[in-house]
Design a protein around this ligand. Sequence first.
Ligand code: DLL
Length: 442
Amino acid sequence: MTQETVAPASDAVLDREETISRDELEALQLSRLQHTVAYAYDRVPLYKRKFDEAGVHPSDLRELSDLGKFPFTTKEDLRLEYPFGMFAVPQHEVARIHASSGTTGRATVVGYTKKDLADWAKLVARSLRASGVRPGMKVHNAYGYGLFTGGMGAHAGAEALGCTVIPISGGQTERQITLIQDFKPDAILATPTYLLTIADAMMKQGIDPASTSLKYAVLGAEPWTEEMRHELEVTMNIKACDIYGLSEVMGPGVAGEAVETQDGSHIWEDHFRPEIVDAFDPTVVLGDGEHGELVFTSLTKEALPIIRYRTKDLTRLLPGTARPAHRRMGRITGRSDDMIILRGVNLFPSQIEEIALRIPELSPHFQLELTRPEGQRMDQLTVRIERRESVTIEGVASASKVLQQQIKIHVGSSCAVDVVEPGSLERSNGKLRRIYDLRPKA
Ligand code: DLL
């Protein structure tokens, strides 16, 4: 069969919930929310305890704004209830379990009933379709398979949409390239930094990354910038869209971006009620357009209903565009726990990415190193970044100065810049670690 059998982007048949009015959506949210808080209260001891302590009862939820009366849930709650204490159904009704890696403490465990898995697949399918993927397309899935929700979540969604899925997982980059060349997929699902690794490895092999069959990329699981989108779209000759999610709330597909507008991911509000709160004082609920921490309440989940989960992701809510009833989220600037505080100035890796990628001599491969030099009380930030292949020694010297100046102007902090040889920094296999904190532990 040829590529021409694939329906063009305008032919998409949307879910009914994607096209309903805001009023209709909010009525649906309210009834689902009332059900969810009562369900969580009745079935999960932690919620009963927390609601009782806060002096709220599910019957207090009469309108959507009443949600603000209910207590937050945090990663710590999931850790304390490890492994299955937050599950609202008996174990035999749990069809699948995923978990976070647990590198910073106990793993957080999440569970899904059969219906949860079907809803999840539907929402990933909806996200992929919004991003340009169509039934019948071949989809190369380079999200990691296993306990991480990326691989299997994206897989089930692509299958539900009616795609042919190639379940390659992350890593084995040479093999990925061979399969992209041989199987000729239309779309690729990966983290943005892993797609960069693939493009980079192609160039090393003398393959032009813009010459492959790939037309669409659906990228997420880590922060990325408009500058990175431009880099990947130009290098690979693709349309790249965002997909957002987190395991505690579901996995990928909590929100997805429309290819026709490319203006941020639409949160699928028929299944999740988002709020933005002040990251330092979460009792303050902020309005649309205001920057803060994203909080989610699930509206349909059975195995792990989640009430006011504090994501630590910093962003803002924007009005819906391509799917008018569903609000969009702005790009995630970073996570509150990934924020570098350097001599009183707050800094996120995505700010450095944005600035560095505007300097033509510099590549998107960089690391941030934090040190406290011997005998000094001040912390030092070093931006270690690879030069582009084509750049001369003089080019490197001036680019390094420009980067330093731009960081000082836009971020407000002084740093050292170390421009290194192409290929010398570690490449991403999934979620890339950008920050190397080598300061002595307090
Ligand atoms: O990363 C789920 C996922 C898989 C999303 C594949 C998209 C694609 P976790 O491992 O639980 O789940 O990590 C969730 O990753 O709180 C954000 O900090 C970050 N994140 C996820 N998607 C995006 C995105 C998956 N599109 C954490 N932009 C979240 C920025 C993202 N950050």
